[in-house]
Design a protein around this ligand. Structure first.
Ligand code: NAD
Length: 483
C-alpha cells in the first residue's frame, strides 16, 4: 500500500507552498476493486483558487522571460521526478483507478515522455523567435514572435489523471505560461506529486499551482480574472458549462471532450488483428476512455466469424482486482460510473438488443462490469449514439467501404477512429475520410507525445500533444518596422 501518498496532509500547492485545502468537503479516495475508502483528503476552496490565480499571475513575467533552454531543465526535472516515483504512482493508480499494472505503467511512462518531449520543444523555442518576413514593396519588414498567452487555468478528469494533466502542464510551462490545475475529486492524489516535484526541483513559486476539489472549485477557476486561457478535459455536459462561464470574458479555451468512436473492419481484414484492435479499443481502462472505439462497423461477409472470435476473446479476458495475478481488465473507477454503465446495459437489454457476451455486473465486491457486446445495434439506439464510458461494444454490419465511412461519420463526435484491413491503401482511403482527430490503421491505440490529440465536431476545440499542444499556449506577435 503506498501509504506515503495516500495519507496526504496538504492538498493544495499554491505559490510554492503546501497547505491543506480550505474547502468544506472531504474527498474520498476509494478502491474500486473493493468499494472501500482508502483515505479522505480535504478539498480546496474557491479562496484557494483565487490565491493560486494571483500566484500564477505574479510568477508569469519572470517565467516567460527565462530562456526556453532554462525552462526545459525544469521540465526534464519533472520527467526525472516522475521516474523516481514510478513505483508508488503505479500503485496509487492501481488502487484508486483500478488500472491493471501494465496500464498504470503506461500512464506514468506517457507522462514522463510528455515532459521530456516538451523540454525539447522548449529548447528549440528561442530559435523560432524573430523570424523575418520581407513584405511586398521592400519598405517594411516584419519579425514574428511566439509569446506565451499568460497564466492558464486547467481542469482535468479522473480516467487518466497523471496523463491528462501532463498533456497540459508540460506544453504550458514549455511555452512560458504559468499553470493552475484543478484535479478530479475522484482521483485527488496523483497530481499532487507534481507539487512535490516542483518543490524538489526549485520551480519558481507560482509557476505551477494545484488545487483539489470538485465542481465548486472548477467554477471558481473559470471565474478567476487572472487566467488568460482555460484548458478543460472532461465531459461534453461540463465542457459546455465551462465554455459558457469563460464566454463572459471571451477568453481563449481548449476543450478535450467525449467521443463515440468507430472501428471499421473491412472484408479482407485479418481476424486476429481485428480482434486485438477491437479488444484494446473497448476494454483498455475498462472502456473508460474518451477514445474508446465503441462502435464496431464490420463488413457483412466476415461478421459471423469476427463476432465468434470476439466473444471467445471477451470470455477469456481476465477481469479482477489489479492486485490479482494476470488481470487484464479492472473495475470501473467510480461507483457512479459503474451504475451508469449498468443502467445503459439494462436499458439496451430491455429494448430487446442482442447481448452476445457479458451484459451485467460481476458478482463480487467492487465496481466490476463484464466485458459486454451488443450485436446488430440499431443506429438510432442510445448505446450506438451516446458515450457509455465503460466496457460495452455495439456492432453493426455494412456492405461496402462507402457505407462504412457514412456510418462511421454519422455521429456528432469526432475524436478518434480505427481501421483494420488486409489492404493498407484501402485502409488509408477510409482513414482519410473518417472525421476524427486521430486514426489508427491495423494497430491498437498507441499515443505518442509528438502525435496530435483532439477532436472534430463536438469532441472539442484545439489540439493537445505535438507542436500543436505547444501552439495552444502561444500567441503570435508580428513586429513591423521600416527597413
Ligand atoms: P466531468 O466533465 O464530469 O468532470 C471533469 C472535470 O470538471 C472534473 O475535474 C470536475 O470536478 C470538473 N467540473 C465539474 N463541474 C464543473 C463546473 N461546473 N465548472 C468547472 N469544472 C467542473 O468528466 P469526468 O467524468 O471527470 O471524465 C469523463 C469525461 O471526460 C468523458 O466524457 C471523457 O470522454 C472525457 N475525457 C476526454 C478526454 C479527451 O482528451 N478528449 C480525455 C479524458 C476524458
Amino acid at each position: 500500500m503506498p501509504e506515503a501518498l495516500l495519507e496526504r496532509e496538504n492538498t493544495v500547492f499554491v505559490g510554492g507552498q503546501w497547505k491543506n485545502g480550505r474547502g468544506a468537503e472531504m474527498l474520498e479516495v476509494t478502491d474500486p476493486s473493493t468499494g472501500n475508502v482508502l483515505s479522505r483528503v480535504q478539498a480546496g476552496s474557491a479562496e484557494d483558487v483565487e490565491k493560486a490565480a494571483r500566484a500564477a499571475a505574479k510568477a508569469f513575467d519572470g517565467w516567460k522571460r527565462k530562456p526556453g533552454a532554462e525552462r526545459a531543465k525544469y521540465l526534464r526535472g519533472f520527467a526525472r521526478g516522475l521516474e523516481s516515483r514510478k513505483t508508488i504512482l503505479v500503485r496509487v493508480q492501481m488502487h484508486n483507478n483500478g488500472k491493471p499494472r501494465i496500464e498504470a505503467e503506461i500512464d506514468v511512462d506517457d507522462a514522463i515522455a510528455t515532459f521530456d518531449y516538451y523540454a525539447t520543444l522548449a529548447e528549440g523555442l528561442d530559435e523560432r523567435q524573430d523570424t523575418r518576413v520581407d513584405h511586398a514593396g521592400g519598405t517594411h519588414f516584419g519579425l514574428v514572435r511566439h509569446e506565451p498567452v499568460g497564466p492558464v487555468g486547467m481542469i482535468v478528469p479522473w480516467n487518466f489523471p497523471l496523463v491528462t494533466s501532463a498533456w497540459k502542464i508540460a506544453p504550458a510551462l514549455a511555452a512560458g505560461c504559468t499553470a493552475t490545475v484543478k484535479t478530479s475529486e475522484m482521483t485527488p492524489l496523483n497530481e499532487l506529486v507534481y507539487g512535490d516535484i516542483a518543490a524538489e526541483i526549485g520551480l519558481p513559486a507560482g509557476v505551477l499551482n494545484i488545487v483539489t476539489g470538485g465542481a465548486e472549485v472548477g467554477i471558481a477557476l473559470t471565474r478567476a480574472h487572472e487566467f488568460r486561457k482555460i484548458s478543460f478535459t472532461g465531459s461534453n455536459m461540463i465542457g459546455a458549462k465551462v465554455m459558457e462561464a469563460v464566454s463572459a470574458r471571451c477568453l481563449p479555451i481548449s476543450l478535450e471532450l467525449g467521443g463515440k468512436s468507430p472501428i471499421v473492419v473491412t472484408a479482407d481484414a485479418d481476424i486476429d488483428q481485428a480482434v486485438s484492435c477491437i479488444m484494446g479499443g473497448i476494454f483498455f481502462n475498462a472502456g473508460q476512455m474518451c477514445s474508446a472505439t465503441s462502435r464496431l462497423i464490420v463488413d457483412k461477409s466476415i461478421e459471423p466469424k469476427l463476432i465468434e472470435a470476439l466473444v471467445e476473446a471477451s470470455r477469456a479476458l481476465r477481469v479482477g482486482s489489479p492486485f490479482e495475478d494476470g488481470i487484464e481488465m479492472g473495475p470501473l473507477t467510480t461507483s457512479a460510473q459503474c451504475h451508469k454503465v449498468l443502467w445503459m446495459i439494462e436499458d439496451a437489454k430491455s429494448d430487446g438488443l442482442d447481448c452476445v457476451i457479458g451484459g451485467g455486473a460481476i458478482d463480487r465486491d467492487g465496481h466490476f462490469v463484464k466485458p459486454t457486446i451488443f450485436r446488430d445495434v440499431p443506429q438510432d439506439h442510445t448505446i450506438w449514439r451516446d458515450e457509455i464510458f465503460g466496457p460495452v461494444l455495439a456492432t453493426t454490419t455494412v456492405s461496402s467501404d462507402e457505407e462504412a465511412i457514412a456510418v462511421a461519420n454519422d455521429t456528432h463526435y469526432g475524436l478518434v477512429g480505427s481501421v483494420v484491413s488486409g489492404d493498407w491503401t484501402r485502409a488509408k482511403a477510409i482513414a482519410d475520410r473518417i472525421e476524427a482527430g486521430q486514426i489508427w490503421i491495423n494497430t491498437p491505440q498507441v499515443v505518442y507525445p509528438d502525435s496530435a490529440w483532439g477532436g472534430f465536431k463536438q469532441s472539442g476545440i484545439g489540439r493537445e500533444l505535438g507542436p500543436w499542444g505547444l501552439s495552444g499556449y502561444l500567441g503570435v506577435k508580428h513586429i513591423l518596422s521600416e527597413v
